[in-house]
Write a protein that binds this ligand. Sequence first.
Ligand SMILES: Cc1cc2nc3c(=O)[nH]c(=O)nc-3n(C[C@H](O)[C@H](O)[C@H](O)COP(=O)(O)OP(=O)(O)OC[C@H]3O[C@@H](n4cnc5c(N)ncnc54)[C@H](O)[C@@H]3O)c2cc1C
Length: 389
Amino acid sequence: MNMELPRHPIFTTEHDELRESVRRFVDKELRPHVDEWEAAGFFSDAVFRRAGELGFLGLHYPEEWGGAGGDLAAEIVFMEEIAKAGCGAIAMALGVQTDMATPALAEFGSDDQKERYLRPAISGTKIAAIAITEPDAGSDVAAITTRGVRDGDVWRVSGRKMFITNGVRADFLTCVVQTDPGSGHRGISLFLIDTAFPGVSVSRKLEKLGMRSSDTAEIALDDVAVPHANLIGGEPGQGFAQLMWQLQYERMSGAAASIGTAERVLADTIAYANERRTFGRPISGHQVIAHKLADAATELEAARALVYDTAWRIKQGEYPVTEISMAKKFSAQMLNRLVDACMQVHGGAGYLDETNVSRAFRDARLQRIGAGTDEIMNEVIAKRLGLGT
Ligand SMILES: Cc1cc2nc3c(=O)[nH]c(=O)nc-3n(C[C@H](O)[C@H](O)[C@H](O)COP(=O)(O)OP(=O)(O)OC[C@H]3O[C@@H](n4cnc5c(N)ncnc54)[C@H](O)[C@@H]3O)c2cc1C
């Protein structure tokens, strides 16, 4: 977009420099390969290692563990820019690594766990996945049935995990396990499970509508012996609280990816509308087209303001769960409306696989489902508004 916006107070010149360096990575090292990776249904593992080398996988983690010691605003910059790679899959996969599979480990893990899992996740030498969802439990996390039973120094873990991003190639899972059935969310624990442990297998690689170059797996856990030393927090039963804490950051990260994708698709569509001619003029000269894109740009800026202002409140030490849920939901819905409008502006070309807008249209739909559906976000918001849900 050719709009110069004032810099929001959450950002500093360091964030501007970071934005430039992520843009260089995206332009030189990702975009040229994205079409090939999307067609193959898998992007190269080297993307994790290279992003790690460039310091992008630990922007908000302490320097002690190889991170950059930055803040949430740095992660927002990263997610916005990486989402402009020309597919949503890479942003999603790297977002899982940085904002979904590792925050609980960084916050509640032991030094030994951080040495074995966080440091290599930050350097990109180990790929991480978050394993919450199961074939029979998604939104209702407390209903999971993957079971862990203590047996001396190990926990024997059995169950099935579904829709696991990075699951085909992951080196370890941050896995949600029921360790005290009948206690609901108080029986939930988080374990670090190496995918090389005997009993862990990928039962299916799942094919998807969009996000095609990201791998998604169904994972079987058959009597896996997981060392007690891999239980995050050291005591069972703390997993639900750890998960709810980290979900807030995951939702901000997803919201930032929606903003970045929307910005890119809108910019491409404005360029197309100025170039494509019908009835003797560029289609942008038809008021209905210009207004459609003006509406899309307005919604994008409203979503951006909500995301940045929520990040600012987090920076002030608040824990604004209502606004985080609103930011996640609104930016996902905004993106879906925007890609729909942009596809319409592209006409038939928008429907072809070879056009960026068609991929964005497919990828965008997940933003309203993953990391908490629109409906679950509304449940959180409604409850906090004092509505009787
Ligand atoms: C491509 C992809 C990648 C994913 N990656 C991961 C991952 O890496 N790790 C992971 O653990 N999971 C992952 N997921 C799973 C994702 O988080 C879940 O799909 C999502 O949380 C919804 O759960 P569900 O699919 O079981 O739907 P359900 O929980 O069965 O919900 C079905 C529908 O009912 C609605 N609903 C449910 N409860 C209520 C309610 N109380 N009130 C109103 N409506 C309700 C939902 O909003 C939804 O519309 C991924 C999913 C996909 C598709």
